[in-house]
Design a protein around this ligand. Structure first.
Ligand SMILES: [Zn+2]
Length: 321
């Protein structure tokens, strides 16, 4: 076991090879830093976007690694504790963005692992219960269930609500994507997700809005998906309903029923969360000048796009007076 003084395990000190970049816009600070001849100031201001930043944050990106953020999990550890703590904070966006500043190192790979870990766990829990119910039900109905039917049912238990497999005997299989039957609520909920990150990139590159590094925008684009943990958990919980165990006959129906019963409330809560998320991302996380105004304009665009997307479902027309 090497001691703490062992140079082979100590974190490498920042080297001159690091190009100092503005934490917000990514502008190269080498020119400004080159003018320091006698002393190195503790703080500096980006000439491009006006951000005041601590020079040490720029010279050593790992200095501000957070002890709870999943993106900063050291090495190859799975980091289950961090995954839960990050989720807890992310569900309260003002708390999350108070901790995750512009100096925070972005790890896209860890963000991907985090999403797979969270949604995978919730989905696997629901699917395991569904599998149990399906097998239990089929053996109750008949002792001679064709193995194709059994495997089809188990596969559906894991693929719901994204894919639906049907077996009509022999080699007659069909695969369907029941996404279309999710309705206008899903269209309205999904359409604005890529809009805000795309607009921030576009407005930043056209200088209409202060530029924010693509990595920061990518992090926010990822973290906005956190809210889907609520519908995903609700859907997993429908697996517990014993009356749904014959659900192979109408896979995806529990989700549609769930949306019909709770759709309005869940959608409103998720929509408010999403708006709060972007407010704190833009104002507190990115510290954009005129942040509240930028946020308000983006939200107007998002609501318009959601309404346009909803009209793609003809049933939405029936909702209007
Ligand atoms: Zn800058």
């Amino acid at each position: 076991m090497p001691g703490p003084g062992d140079s082979s395990t100590a974190p490498a000190p920042p080297t001159a090879a690091i190009t100092p970049r503005c934490p917000r816009c990514g502008y190269d600070q080498s020119g400004a830093f080159a003018t320091w001849t006698d002393a190195c100031p503790l703080n500096s201001r980006c000439t491009e976007c006006g951000l005041d930043f601590a020079v040490c944050d720029v010279m050593n990106p790992r200095r501000t690694d957070l002890p709870w953020l999943y993106e900063h999990t050291p090495g190859w550890r799975p980091g289950f504790g961090r995954a839960v703590r990050t989720l807890g904070r992310a569900l309260l966006p003002w708390w999350y963005w108070a901790g995750v500043g512009l100096a925070c190192r972005v790890s896209i790979a860890r963000l991907l692992v985090w999403a797979v870990l969270l949604f995978g766990t919730v989905h696997a829990a629901g699917s395991a219960v569904r599998t149990y119910h399906v097998v239990d039900y089929l053996t109750l109905v008949s002792r001679k269930v064709p193995s194709e039917y059994l495997w089809m049912s188990i596969a559906n238990a894991w693929l719901t609500p994204l894919v639906r497999i049907d077996w009509f005997g022999g080699s007659a299989w069909s695969f369907r994507f029941p996404f279309g039957s999710w309705g206008w609520q899903a269209l309205a909920a999904l359409a604005p997700l890529p809009l805000v990150p795309a607009m921030l990139l576009l407005l930043g590159s056209s200088r209409a809005v202060t530029r924010v590094r693509a990595a920061h925008i990518a992090r926010a684009a990822f973290m906005q998906l956190t809210i889907f943990i609520l519908p995903a958990t609700l859907y997993a919980l429908t697996a517990l309903d014993q009356s749904q165990r014959a659900w192979t006959a109408n896979a995806g129906q529990p989700f549609i029923d769930l949306l019909r019963h709770w759709g309005g409330h869940v959608m409103a809560a998720c929509g408010l969360w999403w708006m709060a998320f972007w407010y704190f991302a833009i104002v507190r996380g990115f510290r954009l000048p005129k942040g509240p105004l930028v946020w308000a304009l983006l939200m107007v665009a998002a609501v318009l796009l959601a309404a346009i997307a909803a009209t793609l479902d003809p049933r939405f027309g029936l909702m209007l007076p």
